[in-house]
Design a protein. Structure first.
Length: 105
C-alpha cells in the first residue's frame, strides 16, 4: 500500500458534491475504505428516538465520511492542489504540486 496523500490534520478543499468549495480539517482517515471525515463538511442528520440515556431525542447532526477523491490539499492561499512525493535528505515528504511547498517536513 502506498503512502497516504491525505492524512489526519490536513487542511483540505472539497472538489465536488453539495459542499463543493468548502474547506476543513481532516479529523479522521479511513484508508481501507478510501474515505476521510472533514470537520464541518458532509453533515448527515440522524433522527434519534428518545431513550432513557437521551430523554429528549431529536435530530443528531454529524460529519459523514466522504471519498478521498472528492477532496484535495489546500495550499497557503486556500486553493486545491494535488500531492506528489519527493525525497529530501533520505526522507519521503509530501509536496503540493501547484506551489511546490512542503506539506510535512
Amino acid at each position: 500500500m502506498s503512502a497516504a496523500k491525505i492524512r489526519k490534520g490536513d487542511k483540505v478543499v472539497v472538489l465536488s458534491g453539495k459542499d463543493k468549495g468548502k474547506t476543513g480539517e481532516v479529523t479522521q482517515s479511513l484508508p481501507k475504505l478510501m474515505k476521510v471525515v472533514v470537520s464541518g463538511v458532509n453533515i448527515a442528520v440522524r433522527h434519534k428516538k428518545a431513550s432513557q440515556a437521551d430523554p429528549q431525542g431529536g435530530l443528531e447532526r454529524r460529519e459523514a465520511p466522504m471519498h478521498v477523491s472528492k477532496v484535495a490539499i489546500a495550499t497557503a492561499d486556500g486553493k486545491p492542489s494535488r500531492v506528489r512525493f519527493e525525497t529530501v535528505d533520505g526522507k519521503k515528504v509530501r509536496v503540493a504540486t501547484k506551489t511546490g511547498e512542503k506539506i510535512d517536513g
